[in-house]
Every structure is written in C-alpha cells, then in structure tokens.
Design a binder for this molecule. Structure first.
Ligand code: NAG
Ligand code: NAG
Length: 141
C-alpha cells in the first residue's frame, strides 16, 4: 500500500471513529448526581467532592440549595465519588456515588445511567428513589 493510501485509510478511520467511537454511549452511561442540603433552617453545608480523576471543588450550600454534577460511569463498575461534608461542629465523609452500590437505584434507563438525588440530613444522606416515594438512608460513619 502506498503511504498516501494508508493516509486516506487512516483519515477514514478517524472519521468513522468520530461517529461510532461515541461507543462511550453504549458502554458507559451518563449519571447525574444532585446533593441537596436538608440539614435544617439556617444551616449551611460545606461540601467538597472528589473522584480519582476529578476534584469538584468546595461549595457552600444554604438550606434547601443543591449542588449537581454529572459524569460517565465506567464499564468496570468502579466509578467512585466521595464527598467531605461539614456544618457547625460536624464533619463527615461519604461515598456519594459508588457504582456497585448505587447503579440499580439511580433509575438507570438505556444510555442514561440515571439521577442520583441525595438529601443530606443531620442523621445522614438519603438517596431519593422513585421520585420522592422512597428513600434509602445511610448513617454517617
Ligand atoms: C476529605 O477529608 C480528609 C480528612 O480530613 C482529607 O484527607 C481529604 O483530602 C479531604 N478530601 C476532600 C475532597 O476534601
Ligand atoms: C432527580 O432530580 C431531577 C432534577 O431535579 C429530576 O428530574 C428527577 O426526577 C429526580 N429523580 C428522582 C428519582 O427523584
């Protein structure tokens, strides 16, 4: 094969990849995480979330305010985000997205990995399942 032909083949591959290498869409799904401060009137929640690859920075949420982010989970079921949360004298760390634990509960459907909506309460975080009908609550460790 001449080098020009090789070059053309390479270009075609790149173009094909542009359309199908969004295989991301088939193997990995978009997950939206929302974290709401439900600590109580006048309480501010300081939150700092991180994964192996991303540092989402520190945010201060007033009562009922929420902080959201999204990501593409991975095909190995190992996506993990944790958050440090603090208010007044309290300070806790919690795995806000653990693919193995949460994938089934965040309303996965097709390409869309789902919405993980958290309500942060003094007793611990609660995951809202089925549009506010059911909660899965965890205590602080
Ligand atoms: C969370 O807190 C721990 C313990 O204080 C600290 O080592 C870690 O760096 C903090 N991480 C974030 C994302 O704030
Ligand atoms: C999560 O929050 C989003 C955005 O507010 C909403 O569209 C979705 O229905 C909520 N999902 C659940 C299970 O509450």
């Amino acid at each position: 094969m001449g080098s020009f032909t090789k070059y053309i083949l390479f270009l075609m591959l790149v173009m094909l990849c542009k359309t199908t290498c969004n295989a991301k869409l088939t193997f990995s799904r978009r997950v939206n995480v929302a974290i709401q401060n439900d600590l109580g009137d006048g309480m501010n929640l300081k939150i700092h979330c991180k994964s192996l690859d991303d540092d989402l920075g520190e945010h201060v949420l007033s009562y009922r305010q929420s902080f959201g982010f999204h990501f593409w989970n991975n095909i190995f079921d190992t996506t993990l985000f944790y958050c440090n949360m603090s208010w007044n004298e309290a300070s806790h760390s919690f795995d806000i997205y653990d693919e193995l634990r949460d994938d089934d509960y965040c309303g996965a459907d097709g390409d869309h990995g789902g919405d993980c909506n958290w309500s942060i309460r003094p007793s611990g975080p609660c995951l809202i399942v089925n549009k506010r009908v059911r909660f899965i609550c965890y205590g602080w460790k």
